[in-house]
Design a binder for this molecule. Sequence first.
Ligand code: SF4
Ligand code: SF4
Length: 157
Amino acid sequence: MGFECRICGTCCMYLGDYIVIEKQTNKYRFDCCCISTGTSFSAEVDPDKRDRFDDTTFPDQNPTACRFLRPLGEGIIGCTIHTDSPAQCKYYRCRIMDIFSLEGNERGYITGTLALHSSDSSLRDAYDTIMKGISGPGEEAEEQIRAGLIKAGYEVR
Ligand code: SF4
Ligand code: SF4
């Protein structure tokens, strides 16, 4: 099953130091820098989100969050510059595989960058072995990881 973002905002809550506003060029347009990649970009607040953006209660209460993150209603916390946001934001996938023991206990998960999050040392060993045969990201790599984990005795959802 493909990844479906719930627009919960969790992944943007600590990105205030990574998506940096360098200059405001008009009320809703900003020159920005994505610090992790060193990429500059210009972003305009999406027209349908400007009333939400104008309310600074959320960034005031969450100083570590990306400056463009806002509650958008109905429990959604989302990006107000979605149209102009950097590619790594648009295509970010927080979780692409959930890994369980055959008894159904959650053991960890894999992120869209193919990183394993788990405190299970056996799972870590299996993952490290699988990753030695993987050259880079992509659908083929994801299938290799999935198949390898199943072969190692895990359930992958
Ligand atoms: S990528 Fe994940 S953490 Fe980020 S908003 Fe979507 S569901 Fe939430
Ligand atoms: S630009 Fe948008 S998607 Fe990227 S970190 Fe900020 S709020 Fe999140």
